[in-house]
Design a protein around this ligand. Structure first.
Ligand code: BT5
Length: 263
């Protein structure tokens, strides 16, 4: 993408995972800004060992390598800027307003999941000791032309998943969307290098986070609880008020109890 740091764009017909590929490239010394994009992933990854599904040639499956000058406790901003750039791109190309569901999903207005973000840090090449944060590969899968209706979907995704094609009522050009995403990503990544810029990106995330203000069920490995999400901390953690107590959720799955059918 001219005028950005994303000029080395590596296209694959089929690959196991664009995140896996770029993590390996990062370990071999690849510079910031390398992009991997695939028509098909044979082992697309979600969080916590889950799978990311997309039939060949339908959706945008892309990862970027970032080497941000970030304090280690603000590492989440690397994935936030990719999510926000995807919102920008969808708004620019299609005039559709999406929201972010904490920690890493993009939702349509009806609460269905349209995209997921997976950030994986290359801790092996992190500087020993203290900050800055290590290099990070941020991957995003955006449902562009698949599904084209619930009949397209496996049972476990039916009713909770949508695509740009469904929302826009037409086939959407994946290359144009990628160009728009990388264009929008450039100034947001530049912001990661300054205190003021990081605050601006954290504010932008809070403003587009559908989870804040919503009643949620928080699912942790050993227990679950319900409450109202009241804020995001500067570290990107979710603050939930439950029975009059404020609890900070660092990692976990969150279900939007009323606001979204997708949860
Ligand atoms: C995510 O994980 O949402 C992160 C997905 C990141 C995928 C990109 S594609 C490019 C790059 N390379 C990779 O290998 N990965 C990244 P998580 O929150 O764990 O959600 C995964 C869950 O979402 C699955 O267990 C399914 O229930 C559901 N799911 C799978 N495919 C989906 C799809 N296409 N649309 C909506 N939901 C899906």
């Amino acid at each position: 993408m001219p005028g950005t740091r994303f000029t080395d764009i590596r296209h694959f017909d089929t690959i196991d995972s664009t995140n896996r590929y770029l993590l390996e490239a990062a370990r071999a010394g690849a510079p910031e800004g390398v992009v991997a994009v695939a028509d098909h992933q044979s082992a697309g990854r979600g969080r916590l060992g889950r799978r990311w599904e997309a039939p060949a040639g339908t959706n945008l499956l892309v990862s970027v390598l970032l080497r941000p000058e970030l304090p280690v406790d603000q590492g989440h901003l690397a994935s936030a800027v990719v999510a926000l750039a995807a919102l920008d791109a969808v708004d620019l190309e299609l005039g559709l307003e999406l929201m972010v569901k904490w920690p890493n999903d993009l939702l349509a207005a009806d609460g269905r999941k349209l995209a997921g973000v997976l950030a994986e840090a290359d801790w092996a090449s992190a500087a020993p000791g203290t900050p800055p944060a290590p290099p990070v590969v941020v991957g995003i899968g955006i449902n562009v032309n698949w599904p084209d209706g619930d009949t397209d979907l496996p049972d476990e995704l039916a009713g909770t998943t949508t695509s740009l094609r469904q929302l826009a009522g037409r086939v959407v050009d994946r290359e144009r969307l990628l160009g728009a995403l990388l264009g929008a990503l450039e100034p947001r990544v530049a912001d990661l290098g300054t205190v003021v810029g990081r605050a601006a990106q954290a504010d932008a995330l809070r403003a587009r986070c559908a989870t804040v203000g919503t009643r949620v069920r928080v699912e942790l490995p050993d227990h679950r609880f319900e409450g109202v999400a009241t804020d995001l901390t500067p570290e990107g953690h979710l603050v939930v008020e439950s029975d009059g107590v404020l609890r900070t959720v660092v990692a976990g799955d969150v279900v939007h109890v009323r606001a979204s059918p997708g949860g």
